[in-house]
Write a protein that binds this ligand. Structure first.
Ligand SMILES: NC(=O)c1ccc[n+]([C@@H]2O[C@H](COP(=O)([O-])OP(=O)(O)OC[C@H]3O[C@@H](n4cnc5c(N)ncnc54)[C@H](OP(=O)(O)O)[C@@H]3O)[C@@H](O)[C@H]2O)c1
Length: 302
């Protein structure tokens, strides 16, 4: 029997890579998008998934869940903002709390038991149990409290994977590597912080592997009702050194000016390092190999 997955955040960088992997493994994939979501990133896998457009209401979510009745839900949808402005409060709450709550309620009403949720290492500023770095991370914490309510009052079982930085080929997000790739094509110098912060960065295939491992743990009934794990590279590295390795491997000439911008307010200098690891999973792709893989994929060699 084909296993059925329902995925939110399917058009995000991690979501699209997760879909590819699930399709390869023979899953029947259903995705929830918004009315204005562009499906361009999905390319030719569009035809292999069943798409539901959520109108934002709890009733519509309930109808989607009733129709799909998935074996498992992967909840990746989120609005990420490093710093928020007043106008961002509503979208942060709507995307990071309301959507997930509607999802959980619809699961409970349909007896859909398993969910892999996505958290962030930024929920643990200075390694504290409850000190989010910013409002985005605070909404992730708040959602975990809601998740705990559902896992304690219904048959829902959840694993939250707390992610660090992620990277991979064809990443449309304005993350470190896309910025470096852009900088190498520009004559315009890129203003950098002093670069002493440690970065914990995990290659996309390893991240996807963590989602699949977590799903397997839930489906094999090995999980408790509420679990959370850290998806760490296990090898944090100073930003300056990371960029140095990138330059050595790619041979790109980067017009970077270190120290031209100050650290962010509440910059994470040492990433969370006290999280529990996901049983059966560890990051396999070293940073050096990850960069080489990206080059090969983007050059069409893979
Ligand atoms: N560095 C990292 O990658 C990192 C680190 C820590 C945690 N995470 C977490 O990992 C997850 C995936 O990250 P990502 O980088 O792949 O995300 P992304 O590229 O920023 O994409 C976000 C996705 O969420 C969807 N979404 C947002 N609000 C929605 C809503 N109200 N209804 C339906 N869909 C909605 C977006 O849909 P549209 O296309 O419609 O916008 C998009 O598919 C997120 O939960 C993020 O917080 C990522």
């Amino acid at each position: 029997m084909m296993k059925k997955a329902l995925i939110t955040g399917a058009t995000g960088f991690i979501g699209v890579n997760l879909i590819r992997r699930l399709l390869l493994e023979g899953w029947h994939v259903h995705i929830i998008i918004r009315p204005n979501t562009s499906m361009a990133i999905l390319g030719n896998i569009c035809e292999q998934v069943t798409v539901f457009t959520h109108d934002g209401s709890a009733l519509n979510m309930l109808n989607i869940m009733t129709e799909v009745k998935p074996d498992i839900v992967f909840h990746l949808a989120s609005l990420f903002l490093a710093a928020h402005q007043t106008k961002d409060i509503k979208p942060l709450i709507t995307n990071n709390l309301l959507l997930g709550t509607q999802l959980l309620d619809a699961m409970a009403k349909n007896d859909v038991q398993y969910i892999v949720n996505t958290g962030t290492s930024w929920q643990h500023f200075n390694n504290d149990n409850y000190t989010p770095v910013n409002l985005y991370a605070a909404t992730k914490n708040a959602f975990e409290m809601i998740l705990r309510f559902y896992t304690s009052s219904t048959s829902i079982k959840a694993i939250t994977l707390k992610l660090f930085d992620t990277y991979g080929a064809n990443d449309p997000r304005a993350k470190l590597f896309s910025l470096l790739q852009k900088a190498s094509k520009n004559v315009q110098p890129l203003a950098m912080s002093p670069g002493e912060q440690l970065i914990d960065i995990v290659y996309i295939d390893d991240v996807v592997d963590a989602f699949v491992t977590a799903a397997d743990r839930l489906l094999k009934r090995e999980a408790n009702s509420f679990e959370e794990f850290s998806v760490t590279s296990g090898r944090p590295i100073k930003l300056k050194d990371l960029v140095e390795i990138y330059i050595q491997i790619t041979g790109e000439i980067l017009p970077l000016i270190w120290g031209a911008r100050t650290y962010r307010d509440r910059e994470v200098m040492v990433p969370w390092n006290t999280g529990q690891s996901l049983p059966g999973w560890h990051a396999k792709v070293t940073f050096e190999n990850g960069i080489k893989l990206i080059q090969r994929i983007e050059d069409g060699g893979l």
